[in-house]
Design a binder for this molecule. Structure first.
Ligand code: KIV
Length: 264
């Protein structure tokens, strides 16, 4: 079954949870697709996982388009999301030109980090036939503004601001939203406030969907391992079985449990 933005919306409407994952090449994309993953994100996390850099800031639109093309060749069913890299959507014109490169490379949806300041950009992309996934919470492209990879939405004011920004992204026309690095309660509040599907990473198990960087799901992460990461490969001994276990535990609401969530 080909997954579209409507498929994910239907899952949310029916209160069914779904799993998504990152990939950067055709081989892993094919394995994840065959295992039944709903969506594959070509994340700008490739700055760290593929290029070995310390942040996502050095990733270019041409690198994103190259990896999107690789992943698209391995996918038959999953929805393909591609990240707009740092400073590639600083104005609406750049956003349209660069989103076009990712769509031409095989993306079905582009993902942008930020809130209400992107409203005009999101509206213009959608009007031009480009579906948008928002991304709020701990947005890695703002690491220098945050002063590090810090969990967001921990106090009342910050939680309310995040919910308001998520609503602005929905209002502008986004089809879905990733919420990253927030306490479980904030993840739940965003998910309940929004009509569109909310996909969490480090946001507890009350979100509609989950996403993991494939390296975190397969125990390949170098250096710091985030609290929500879980090595499904070590538990199963096989990449296909690992991703099937991840999918099944997300769908049942077993993963992430409280040990893999930020509780405050
Ligand atoms: O770049 C990425 O892999 C991401 C996920 C962490 C959601 O944006």
């Amino acid at each position: 079954m080909t997954v579209t933005v409507s498929t994910l919306q239907k899952l949310k409407d029916e209160h069914k949870k779904f799993a998504t994952i990152t990939a950067y090449d055709a081989s892993f994309a094919r394995i994840f697709d065959d295992a039944g993953i709903y969506a594959i994100l070509i994340g700008d996390s490739l700055g760290m996982t593929i290029k070995g850099e310390s942040s996502t800031l050095g990733v270019t639109i041409d690198e994103m388009a190259y990896h999107t093309r690789c992943v698209a060749r391995g996918v038959s069913n999953a929805l393909i999301l591609a990240d707009m890299p740092f400073m590639s959507y600083a104005n609406t014109e750049d956003a349209c030109r660069n989103a076009h490169k990712l769509m031409a490379a095989g993306a079905n949806v582009v993902k942008l980090e930020g809130g209400s300041f992107l409203s005009d950009t999101i509206r213009t992309l959608v009007q031009n036939g480009i579906p948008v996934c928002g991304h709020l919470g701990l947005t890695p492209q703002s690491v220098n503004v945050f002063g590090g990879f810090k969990i967001q939405g921990r106090d009342d004011e910050s939680r309310k601001r995040i919910v308001a920004e998520c609503l602005a992204v929905e209002e502008a026309g986004a089809s879905m939203l990733v919420i990253e690095g927030v306490p479980k309660d904030t993840g739940r509040e965003v998910t309940e406030a929004l009509r569109i599907p909310v996909i969490g990473i480090g946001a507890g198990n009350d979100t509609d969907g989950q996403i993991l960087v494939m390296h975190d799901a397969l125990g390949l992460t170098a250096g710091h391992t985030p609290k929500f990461a879980r090595n499904f490969l070590a538990e199963t001994g096989d990449v296909t079985l690992a991703v099937k276990k991840y999918i099944s535990e997300v769908e049942q609401g077993i993963y992430p449990d409280d040990a893999h969530s930020y509780l405050k």
